[in-house]
Design a binder for this molecule. Sequence first.
Ligand SMILES: N[C@@H](CCC(=O)N[C@@H](CS)C(=O)NCC(=O)O)C(=O)O
Length: 206
Amino acid sequence: MLKVHHLNESRSQRILWLLEELGLDYEIVRYQRDPKTRLAPPELKAVHPLGKSPVVEDDGRVLAESGAIVETLIRRHGKGRLSPAPEDQDAYTHWLHFAEGSAMLPIMQLLYVQRLGEAGSPLRPRIDSELKNHLGYLEGALQGREYLVGATLTGADIQNSFVLESAKAFRLLGEYPNLTAYLDRLHARPAYQRAVEKGGPYALGR
Ligand SMILES: N[C@@H](CCC(=O)N[C@@H](CS)C(=O)NCC(=O)O)C(=O)O
């Protein structure tokens, strides 16, 4: 059976959601962040050298990096579900990579710079402008659309959900009505809600 190494309040939540959308059986191995440092416990390094979440074991094969996990699990188990139509394949690949390859960078920079307090303020203008750049790009892409690619949910939406949840946690979504409505739509899905029930408390999902 598939095994998800799940860290609380983390990117692995979207893998639980993916598996719920696909209706697959899976086991959750749970890890808790250190309450002070927010880091994963060292046991995760025994599963994968980076010691980060998500990690998935599928038929004895260890998968890490959430975009790769989303792509691999859909290819192996999706039977066509959550995949793009052939003509949308390039857009799908773009959005799948955009989440971790581009959009998460200014969000992580904001996270770290906020911890510096005043000392971080010289970096803020550049971070703020990159946040606007990436969120504005997503906002435009969702104009008049329910999903990022095609007319139905794909892995690209699941992968980008964590970007928007993190942005919302920093109260960055106020000026983006398309992103706000899109995230609400994703959160309303029964499979999303089942994943949150199974994953445990997930403040980012609110
Ligand atoms: N790009 C990686 C990022 C993995 C990552 O940084 N995961 C975070 C959780 S959201 C983590 O494990 N943090 C705990 C730590 O670094 O100790 C992915 O998408 O899987």
